[in-house]
Design a protein around this ligand. Structure first.
Ligand code: GAP
Length: 456
């Protein structure tokens, strides 16, 4: 299935409350987005899936939540103050701005991609990507600080704190989820490239002799996470090692996990081999020891670092794109998000077949309250059952439960599964357990073709 075009996803995200342009009532702000009621749930589920896999299911990675604003020395020593910039080109005619590396040829020869004029593009200039702010009441250069452009440095400067308090030996990792900020020249493609975004990064510390082996491990492990945990189609993922001239200033080797986005193959996550670049630089500049005793080799070493780093917003975009499908069902369009139940913002929606029967409404509401104690559940009776199913399909709700007139007599309700649109009748007393086990991955078996539940 080819990726849907971006406009369909932008429109669905806006219409159903996943993502809104930031400060929209004032015309928005390029590169900034707000997550609505469903978006915040989906985002939390993506983060929880990553944290579970990278921290909670492993004995060799621990978590951290460092401050966004750090001592500006961090960014001088990390090389970001000197080198974290992109080459930028302006059009003297239409005033549009481009990343030089996005242009298909030298500025002196090509036409402006916006206005089409020739000879109007400036030579590339380096444009610094870090946002500056001031800390404290003084308006002077001493108070200048930066919004972090990556979460990684918070991990490096806490390396000794964490290694000592968590009593970890090599190899071990530190994981962090948090906001990062970059004054991107050309934010765009919806939430693909933002100026404020969230990252999920692990810095995995290894003996220098094991650098290549752990690099290969993390590339494979992260690719497997995208397919097996997030359910992303393997045919829309690929690995792309960086050419030497595109490596970041700290990297010896990097492999991107790319996704077939509507605008073409683009980076979803990067696995970088940062060697001892950061720890060594911080040790030298701070005068603090950032080496450890490695019991296996009997040596004191400054560890090498393998870093799987990804963006939450980009992950959320990928999940939406990959899950989106338009189908024809009985001559009508059905939009469905095939989200894994673990990622779906709402796991189950309860609806009465007849909303003019107070006893069914009351039963449905009570059932939704019971289910809510176990998992995110909703109740809806604001449309016909067919419309309610479609509404839930479009936001990826894996299960709907309908109560009907027969329910009043036999105490059973109908569960309807989103992807197959098949149904099962289940005793209400068994429903919370049944839904909970389905959401945690139990197979859906024995569903009957969709029919109008009794009484329609
Ligand atoms: N610490 C290493 C690092 O930050 P990066 O390749 O610049 O490396 C890692 O970023 C990931 O963060 C990317 O693969 C992408 O998913 C996400 N990311 C980077 N810049 C972004 C932006 N402007 N908007 C959204 N996500 C971004």
């Amino acid at each position: 299935m080819p990726a849907p075009n971006m406009e369909l996803i932008v429109s669905l995200a806006k219409r159903r409350g996943f993502v809104f342009p930031s400060s929209e009532i004032y015309g928005g702000m390029g590169g900034f987005w707000d997550y609505g009621p469903l978006g915040v749930e989906l985002k939390n589920n993506v983060k929880a899936a990553w944290w579970r896999q990278m921290v909670q299911l492993r004995d060799d990675i621990v978590g951290l939540d460092a401050a966004i604003i750090m001592n500006p020395r961090v960014w001088e020593v990390s090389g970001h103050v000197a080198g974290f910039s992109d080459p930028m080109v302006d059009c003297r005619n239409c005033k549009f701005r481009f990343r030089a590396d996005d242009l298909k040829g030298p500025p002196s020869e090509i036409a402006c991609p916006n206005c089409g004029n020739r000879g109007t593009l400036t030579e590339p200039r380096q444009f610094h990507l870090m946002f500056q702010t001031r800390v404290g009441p003084l308006e002077e250069s001493a108070s200048v600080a930066y919004l972090r452009p990556e979460t990684a440095q918070g991990i490096f400067v806490n390396f000794a704190n964490v290694a000592t308090t968590a009593r970890k030996r090599l190899p071990f990792g530190i994981a962090q989820i948090g906001k990062s900020f970059r004054n991107e020249i050309t934010p765009g493609n919806f939430i693909f490239r933002d100026r404020e975004f969230e990252q999920m990064e692990v810095e995995f510390f290894v003996h220098p002799a094991q650098e290549d082996q752990w690099f290969a491990y993390w590339v494979e492990e992260r690719l497997r996470w995208w397919t097996d945990v997030m359910g992303i189609g393997a045919e829309r993922l690929r690995l792309r090692p960086h050419d030497p001239d595109e490596l970041s200033h700290y990297s010896r080797q990097t492999t991107d996990i790319e996704y077939a986005f509507p605008m073409g193959w683009s980076e979803l996550e990067g696995v970088a081999d940062r060697t001892d670049f950061d720890l060594k630089a911080h040790a030298e500049a701070s005068g603090k020891s950032l080496s450890v005793f490695d019991e296996a080799s009997g040596e004191h070493v400054t560890p090498y670092v393998i870093e799987p780093a990804m963006g939450v917003d980009r992950a959320l975009l990928t999940v939406l794109l990959d899950a989106y499908e338009e189908q024809q069902v009985e001559g009508e369009k059905r939009v469905v998000l095939h989200l894994r139940p673990s990622l779906a913002p709402i796991k189950v929606a309860v609806m009465p077949l007849l909303r003019n029967r107070p006893e069914l409404v009351e039963l449905g509401q009570r059932l939704a309250s019971d289910l809510r104690l176990r998992l995110p559940a909703t109740y809806d009776d604001t449309a016909s059952i067919g419309k309610l199913y479609r509404r839930q399909d479009e936001i990826g709700t894996p299960f709907c439960v309908t109560v009907d007139v027969e329910t009043l007599a036999d105490g059973a309700a109908t569960i309807r599964e989103r992807d197959s649109m098949t149904q099962q009748r289940v005793a209400i007393s068994a429903l919370p357990d049944r839904i909970a086990s389905l959401v945690s991955g139990a197979p859906w078996e024995g569903g009957q073709p969709e029919r109008s539940p009794a009484g329609e």
